[in-house]
Design a protein around this ligand. Structure first.
Ligand code: NAD
Length: 509
């Protein structure tokens, strides 16, 4: 069940160089900021990171570009995003290669991430003609009351390693059609794919005559991100990552009355009811829990199974878990690639040790793989753990493929357990009983930003708004009307009556 030889670090360097060349990006080599690959766990290139002066320059340039961009008609702004979408289509395979090299995603998921970028561009192009405001019934004769949406300013995008390109595209495609300009601080773990995205957008700007500085990239660690957080010229900070990060970023942006859009950790659960289609449930659960090596914000981390079917479901999951092919993500037979780092493996082992001390029982998986072939990489078997209750470890997000299995008797009990975690991102129920499904989706059901029926917690489409409640941060990105976070509404009262009529019948003079 393991795949064969891993590529060498030199192979990975060659691939990365080729993809970057194809998209027209150069590698700013020579610094001591490292690009690395989780496939071997080794460094690929030393890069130059952004200095304080670079950050200052980027924000100033993006602010300057905003002054032109905000008055460019939105459908024309859409032309930039349409061109970006075309370039992303042309280079889908190169982008997927870089995502695999840097984030360790298997081929089909890396192509899927690049597809998501293409999809959001299509969506944003349509949106560029649909930034609708409303006309509101005025209480006064001869008056019109309206709402107008204006561009907001510079958007600072801070992104996580696990969707190193898609999260940027959700923010950037929408921000650009809304008339904003963008400064991007990607994860320090994924600089190369960021260089590729920035190069394609720069080309799209050249091709369509948009200002060059509608987008700027700043490579570096959290200190570079903090510059965006504290800069009053950055109107919106859209930050994706851990709840720990959001706890630092949210209050700092609020302290300067900036806006933030936070997309933070999840601790997603699925309820499996007695009437569930178990074939469908098993397939969905394994993808949601073990896919992306458990490193999606929407990864399934808790399974709440009705006690009448727990035995059957657990034995089917155990069988599926022991067959998962783990190894080189470029190998088309592989389903589970590496964890991002040795630190992630340590975090997983620590959680497993703690949960076992609290009475948890490992049902399948948990062993390290390929330690001889790649001692600095972190390949691990996705693990299934039976727990009796939601202890502190179960209620925390461990960013690794651990699925905790609990049983329930009544749906009310399942929903109580479901909602009894600090996070509120994604959720699902497997049932053929419509009353149960509707109850789960109702106001007294799942408290998450995403609630699904008969499909897993992960793998959202871009057309819906994406995000979650509680410690997940409350932000919404991507489709639906998430665009409103990137604009500022103005309420307009227009008096065409020729007389002054004060609201609420106030009389004066
Ligand atoms: P992370 O929090 O370590 O880093 C995310 C980004 O924040 C990086 O670019 C980092 O440099 C930056 N950062 C960290 N501290 C900062 C600070 N004080 N000021 C400014 N920037 C700072 O997260 P990660 O390990 O890259 O990603 C995994 C986490 O992201 C998981 O918790 C996952 O659930 C979450 N995530 C959430 C979503 C979502 O949409 N809700 C999507 C993807 C990932």
């Amino acid at each position: 069940t393991g795949t064969t030889a891993l590529p060498t670090t030199d192979d990975l360097r060659t691939r990365a160089r080729a993809s970057l060349r194809h998209v027209g990006a150069s590698i700013p080599e020579g610094g001591d900021f490292r690009a690395r690959s989780p496939i071997t766990g080794e460094d690929l290139f030393g890069l130059g990171a952004a200095t304080a002066a670079d950050a200052e320059d980027a924000v100033a340039a993006a602010r300057e570009a905003f002054l032109t961009w905000r008055t460019t008609p939105a459908p024309r702004r859409g032309e930039l995003v349409r061109r970006l979408g075309e370039l992303l289509r042309d280079h889908q395979s190169d982008l997927a290669d870089l995502i695999t090299v840097e984030a360790g995603k298997i081929r089909s998921e890396a192509l899927g991430e690049a597809q998501e970028m293409i999809d959001i561009c299509d969506f944003a192009v349509g949106l560029s003609r649909q930034l609708y405001g409303r006309t509101i019934a005025s209480e006064r004769p001869g008056h019109r009351l309206a709402e107008t949406w204006h561009p907001l300013g510079v958007v600072g995008v801070i992104s996580a390693f696990n969707f190193p390109a898609a999260v940027w595209s959700w923010n950037t495609a929408v921000a650009l059609v809304c008339g904003d300009t963008v400064v991007w601080k990607p994860s320090e773990l994924t600089p190369l794919i960021s260089l590729a995205c920035a190069a394609l957008l720069a080309r799209a700007a050249r091709d369509t005559g948009a200002p060059r500085d509608v987008h700027r990239l700043l490579l570096g660690d959290s200190a570079v991100g903090e510059r965006l957080v504290d800069d009053p010229r950055v109107a919106l900070v859209s930050a994706t990552g851990s709840t720990r990060m959001g706890r630092e970023v949210g209050p700092r942006v609020a302290a300067r009355f900036g806006r933030s859009l936070l997309e933070l950790g999840g601790n997603n659960a699925a309820v499996v009811a007695p009437s569930a289609d178990l074939d469908l449930a098993v397939q969905s659960i394994v993808f949601a829990a073990a896919g992306t090596a458990g490193q999606r914000c929407t990864t399934l981390r808790r399974l709440l199974v009705h006690r009448d079917i727990a035995g059957t479901l657990v034995s089917r999951l155990t069988a599926a878990y022991t067959k998962l092919p783990i190894g080189d993500p470029f190998d088309e037979n592989t389903l589970v690639g590496p964890l991002i780092s040795a630190a992630a493996l340590d975090g997983m082992r620590d959680a497993l040790a703690r949960v076992q001390a609290q009475g948890g029982e490992i049902l399948a998986g948990g062993d390290r793989r390929l330690a001889d072939a790649a001692p600095r990489a972190a390949y691990v078997e996705p693990v299934l753990v039976r727990v009796e209750e939601q202890t502190d470890v179960v209620r925390r997000e461990t960013f690794a493929p651990i699925l905790y299995v609990l049983t329930y008797e009544t749906l009310e009990e399942a929903i109580t357990l479901h909602n009894d975690v600090p996070q509120g991102l994604s959720s699902s129920i497997f049932t053929r009983d419509q009353r149960e499904a509707e109850y789960f989706l109702s106001a007294e059901g799942s408290d998450c930003g995403i609630a699904n029926v008969n499909i897993g917690t992960s793998g959202a489409e871009i057309g819906g708004a994406f995000g979650g409640e509680k410690e997940t941060g409350g932000g919404r990105e991507s489709g639906s009307d998430a665009w409103r976070a990137y604009m500022r509404p103005a309420t307009n009262t227009i008096n065409y009556s020729g007389r002054l009529a004060l609201a609420q019948n106030v009389s004066f003079l």
